[in-house]
Design a protein around this ligand. Structure first.
Ligand code: GLN
Length: 206
């Protein structure tokens, strides 16, 4: 029997609807999460893009910071895109004053790393674990991963231009991050990869 995992999309700020749609197309059941009790009820979570400083403040205002941290520590699979990638980083460069992350992934992430001139751009990326054609990656004032710990697998790097070689997708066990926004392109393969990670994690825990 194949189970359909329930994935909660953090819905305090950011592009929530697009993630809900991409998760459903990728084989998951998507719900929105705004309350601590909802954090407890899901199998996994997506932290969407948006503004990481705002999301950080709202996580604390809505009493979601600690419950999500606790679930990450207990092994809940989480996919963080852009601002969500910043939130999953153990270490942050160029964060705003007082900005905190949830942490969980042994990486140093640099916020707004691509600089002003190239705030936003698109590139076709080859992503490990995502088969078929390259993925059209949309970067919007994106961060990059500057350093990775030993348990982190690099899934994709920028392939062209001045930032070539920079890490923009990575995985540490059941934590997945991308610096770009696959939810805005109509291609649900990254979300499908995440739903597969969640399914595998549920099988291992049952
Ligand atoms: N598209 C995004 O999520 C941008 C992230 C944003 N620059 C931040 O620091 O939070």
């Amino acid at each position: 029997m194949t189970t359909t995992p329930t994935v909660g999309v953090l819905a305090v700020q950011g592009d929530v609807r697009e993630h809900v749609a991409a998760l459903e197309r990728g084989g998951g059941r998507a719900v929105t999460v705004r309350r601590p009790a909802e954090v407890e009820a899901v199998d996994a979570m997506v932290l969407p893009g948006g503004e990481s400083t705002t999301i950080d403040k709202l996580l604390r205002a809505f009493d979601l910071h600690q419950p999500i941290r606790d679930r990450i520590a207990a092994g809940m699979p989480v996919y963080g895109s852009c601002a969500g990638m910043i939130l999953l980083a153990d270490r942050l460069a160029d964060g705003a004053a007082g900005q905190q992350t949830l942490g969980g992934m042994d990486v140093l992430v640099r916020r707004n790393a691509f600089g002003r001139q190239v705030d936003s751009f698109e590139e076709d990326l080859h992503i490990r674990e995502v088969g078929g054609e390259p993925v059209r990656a949309v970067f919007i004032r994106a961060p990059w991963v500057e350093e990775v710990g030993e348990s982190v697998e690099v899934l994709a790097r920028v392939e062209h231009g001045p930032a070539a070689g920079r890490i923009v997708a990575a995985r540490q066990r059941d934590l997945l991050v991308t610096a770009f926004h696959p939810e805005v392109t109509g291609d649900h393969r990254v979300h499908q990869l995440f739903v597969d990670i969640v399914r595998q994690s549920l099988r291992e825990r049952s």
